[in-house]
Design a protein around this ligand. Sequence first.
Ligand SMILES: C[S@@+](CC[C@H](N)C(=O)[O-])C[C@H]1O[C@@H](n2cnc3c(N)ncnc32)[C@H](O)[C@@H]1O
Length: 345
Amino acid sequence: MQGGLGDWRLWTWIRHARSDSRFPLLRPRSASFVGSERLLLSGAIQADDSRLGVEYNMTSDPIAVDGEQQESIPDYYNDTVDDYEVWSKEGYLHYGYWRPWLNPFRRKPMLEEMNRLVFSRLRLEEMSSGAIADLGCGVGGVSRHGSRLHPHLEFHAMTVSPGQVAAAKSKHRDERVTYYCGDYHHLPFEDRQLDGAFYLESLCHSTRPETALAEAARTLKPGARLVSTDGYLARPLQETSKVFKYVVETVAHNWAVPMFHEIDLGRQWTGNGQLKLIEEFECGWRLGPSAMHAAHLSVIHFLKLMWRREVTPWQWNHLRASAFTIALGLYRRNFRYHVLVFEKQ
Ligand SMILES: C[S@@+](CC[C@H](N)C(=O)[O-])C[C@H]1O[C@@H](n2cnc3c(N)ncnc32)[C@H](O)[C@@H]1O
C-alpha cells in the first residue's frame, strides 16, 4: 500500500530522528519523561519497557503489531496533555455518547454521558462502598466524575504517562481518587481487592489484551464487573481496502495505538479463563455528534500551534489523527465502537 507505507516510513524516521542529535527540533519537548525518569509518581509501579511485549491475539494481521510502538505511548500522552485540554477542560479524553434530548453542540454533557454509561454497567449506584480501578485514566477526569457522583466509593486511576499523573494531581480537588503512574499489565493491587474496573478507550493501546485482562481479573472480587469501551476492527485488516488501511493506520499510528483490536477476537477474551462476557453492544453512531467536534477544534488548535511555533512531533501526530477520525468513523463496515462488559467468575 503506497500511501500507508510512506506514512509508516515517515513515522519511523521521525521516531529515530528524535533520538538523533542532528535533529534537535524533532526532539520531544517532554523527552525527560522517557527512559529512567519514567518513574512511579504516587507509590505505584514502574512502567517497564521489557514487559511491554507483543501477543498475537489483538488482530489477525501481524503487519499491524509492533512492540516498539508501545514504548511511545507515554511520550505521546506526555506531549499532548495541553492539546487534550482543548477537547475537555474537565479532563475527559474519550468520545461523548449522545442520547435524545442531549444538545449535540455541547461536548461536556455527551462526554459525561459516556462516563455514566460505564458507571451504570459497573452497577456503581448499587454499591454502598468499594474500590474501582480506572485503567488507562488519562488525566483522571472520569474517576473524578465517578467520585463526585458516588462519593462513598474509592477510585484508583492509573496511566502510563507521568505527565498525565502530574496534570491529574493539579486538577484534583477533594475527590476520593488515588493516581498511579504504571502499566496496567501489572497492577499494584491485591488479589480480589477491587469491586469493579474499567478501560475507557485505553485497552486499544495494548498488544497483550488477554494479559491485561487476566491481571485486572486477578484483582477483582468474584462477581465484580470489568467494562471496556473502544473502537474495534469489524473484520481482519487484510480483508479491507487499501484506502481503509491507510485511514485506520494513520489514526492508530498517530495516536500511539499499535492497531485497533478485532471485535471477533475481543468477544473471545476471557482474561485467562477468569472472565465471562455478559453484555456487548455497538454504539458507534452515538459518538458521531461528539466526533464532529474534532473537525473545527483541530483546525483552531492547528492555527494556534502554528502561531506559537512550538509544535512537537507527537502534537502533529495527534492533530493528524484527530482529523482522520471522522473518515474512520464513516467506515461503519470495517470499524465500530463497542462496549464489552465482563464478570469475574
Ligand atoms: C485515550 S486515553 C483515555 C483516557 C481516559 N480513560 C479517558 O477516557 O479520559 C488512553 C489512556 O490509556 C493510557 N494507557 C495506555 N497504555 C497503558 C498501559 N499499558 N498502562 C496504563 N495506562 C495506559 C494512556 O496513558 C492514556 O491515559
